[in-house]
Design a protein around this ligand. Structure first.
Ligand code: H79
Length: 570
């Protein structure tokens, strides 16, 4: 007999969807400035960027006295934001332990005048307020330990270090402390595996599980042995992901506090990013960097509280939901599902009429999470003249019921079942993404790069990408190409000559290093959009499309980072 007990040690994490990341440590004191020089990039990296000797950086500990730290207010902020777990830096790359450690005196209790253990206070609050506590722990980089990776200005080059000695004498003993001093821990959030071997990753994982068997380990433990996988820092999924994923993200550009970083994302952007993660089944781990005094910046608090307000109304579409059943996107709508309910999350309000194509179930009820009293009229039909395209026509209020993303819940007669073809959308647009492309003749090994949804190594004009899609309303369309390009090094990309064939029509153009903006974050990708021209689609039904490179690409940057073709009605 199969067991009826289907509970799983990852259930809490899969249901949570939204967590608070906290980067707090000695780097909050310089806050981006060392000896009068403002250092670019992320604040917690200042020791490495300024190549600060261990003995100088250690002096910061003598000044660390966060008088305003208040565990109750940090945990209640996470609760108000609608977050279900907190992941805090117990030790970042600088090697400083933010908790009482017997393994190394380089910790907040023994090396600072503060002498309190904030992790202990947070653990007590988390347990009181019912939120999971998790620890970030930098297992590979440690710029304070002679055998940790990354510090070559005080110590030997990494290749000559005895990394195993560091694992045995610092990492494992500190993990043991973290897993025995603070009650049940949700996860150890390992980061930047660097040169750690598969045996060492497995050894660390087994070690964690031997102390707390239900404690998760993050994907960045290295070598693919984590309990789930991680997207890159501030990376967002473009298409479906296979398996459990989380994306760690910032509110501005830094993780650790930086006094001059004012590049705050707006509440609108944050909710858009959240619903995009939710629609792909990806957890969103959003960061705050408290000051050296122990204050979470007011700009962070305001934004998290606003997201929390939205979640209070719309959490049903977020917590314990699954990814959209559709293979692709629906314009400005993101979709999630739970049981027999499909949630349409409108990033832009469509106005009175909206059509959802390809839903095969019967709709029993349509209700807004923001206001269940609003009556939504709808009709369903299947058009045999359009290759059996199912359509659900909704009559909506002219004004959106919610001020930000509005969620419409569709209660169905059974579990959502959808058309898996690429469908022209209600606004007549058509998206042909990398993750839905067929890859033709492929001698040079072009691959689809999930989950960020770009083609990798596409530099070969012999390889065509192809699609077929369903058109219900022919007409003239603008053809645009979206690429995801590296922010820091746009010069690696030249431009790419491409030909796009849509049915009988074709357009040629150049896509490439345009609209790349540099910023402080060092995040890897930026969307660049190129307009290629216009084409006519003259008939309804199934249309095919293909794209080729005009010449071989030799740019040392992994070919053309193609994300999507977008056809928009003229
Ligand atoms: O903890 C946060 C970061 O400190 C950590 N991961 C998140 C969650 C992280 N470790 N390494 N990295 C992120 C990537 C670092 C990239 C770097 Fe650079 C390239 C460091 C130095 C060169 C870009 C440019 C970032 C800083 C300068």
């Amino acid at each position: 007999m199969m067991s009826k007990d289907t509970s799983h040690f990852m259930d809490w994490w899969r249901e949570a969807r939204f967590g608070l990341f906290i980067h707090w440590g000695l780097y909050a004191i310089p806050a981006g400035v060392w000896r009068g020089t403002l250092y670019p990039w992320i604040g917690e990296w200042i020791m490495k960027h300024a190549r600060i000797p261990v003995k100088d950086y250690e002096q910061l500990a003598t000044q660390f006295y966060p008088v305003k730290f208040d565990a109750e207010s940090w945990v209640s902020l996470a609760k108000r934001a609608g977050m279900k777990y907190i992941t805090i830096t117990s030790k970042h790359h600088d090697g400083f332990a933010l908790y009482k450690s017997r393994v190394s005196p380089y910790n907040i209790v023994d090396a600072t005048p503060y002498k309190r253990d904030p992790i202990k206070e947070l653990a007590e609050e988390c347990s009181r307020q019912g939120i999971k506590l998790c620890f970030y722990y930098s297992q590979s980089q440690d710029w304070h330990h002679p055998n940790g990776i990354g510090n070559d200005w005080d110590f030997k080059p990494d290749e000559e270090k005895d990394f195993q000695e560091y694992l045995d004498n610092k990492v494992k003993p500190q993990l043991k402390e973290l897993l025995t001093q603070y009650g049940p821990i949700g996860m150890i959030w390992f980061d930047t595996p660097k040169s750690i071997t598969k045996e060492q990753s497995l050894e660390l994982k087994a070690y964690v599980k031997s102390i707390q068997s239900d404690c998760l380990v993050s994907g960045r433990i290295g070598n693919g042995v984590g309990d789930y996988a991680s997207l890159g820092d501030n990376q967002h999924p473009a298409g479906p992901v296979h398996g459990d994923f989380e994306t760690p993200c910032t509110l501005n550009d830094t993780w650790g506090y930086k006094s001059c970083d004012d590049n705050w994302k707006t509440v609108e952007e944050l909710i858009d990013l959240l619903v995009n993660c939710v629609s792909k089944g990806v957890n969103y781990l959003l960061n705050v960097g408290p000051t050296a005094e122990g204050i979470i910046p007011a700009e962070s608090i305001e934004r998290l509280e606003a997201v929390g307000q939205w979640l209070k109304v719309n959490g049903e579409a977020v917590y314990a939901t699954g990814a959209t059943p559709y293979p692709g996107e629906h314009g400005d709508v993101r979709i999630s599902q739970k049981g027999n309910t499909l949630y349409l999350m409108f990033k832009k309000w469509p106005g009175e009429r909206f059509t959802l194509f390809g839903l095969k179930n019967r709709v029993l009820n349509a209700r807004f999470l923001a206001d269940a009293r609003i009556f939504v009229e709808y009709t369903q039909s299947v058009l045999s003249t359009d290759n059996n395209l199912a359509r659900l026509d909704l009559l909506l209020p002219e004004e959106s019921p919610d001020s930000l993303v509005t969620v419409l819940a569709l209660d169905l007669d059974s579990v959502p079942s959808v058309d898996m073809r690429i469908l022209q959308q209600a606004d007549y647009s058509i998206r042909l993404p990398a993750h839905q492309a067929g890859i033709g003749e492929n001698p040079s090994g072009v691959t689809e790069c999930l989950p960020i949804g770009i083609m990798s190594n596409w530099n070969d004009p012999r390889t065509a990408l192809d699609w077929s899609f369903e058109v219900h309303t022919p007409g003239r369309f603008r053809v645009a190409l979206e690429l995801q390009m590296h922010r820091k090094r746009p010069e690696l990309y030249g431009t790419f000559p491409v030909t796009v064939q849509i049915g009988e029509a074709s357009v040629k153009g150049e896509a490439g290093s345009i609209n790349i903006s540099r910023d402080e974050s060092g995040d890897p990708f930026h969307t660049a959009r190129a307009e290629l021209g216009e084409i006519d689609i003259t008939q309804t039904g199934t249309i095919s499309a293909a794209m080729r490179l005009g010449k071989a690409i030799q740019n040392g940057a992994d070919g053309m980072p193609f994300a999507s073709i977008v056809l928009e009605p003229k």
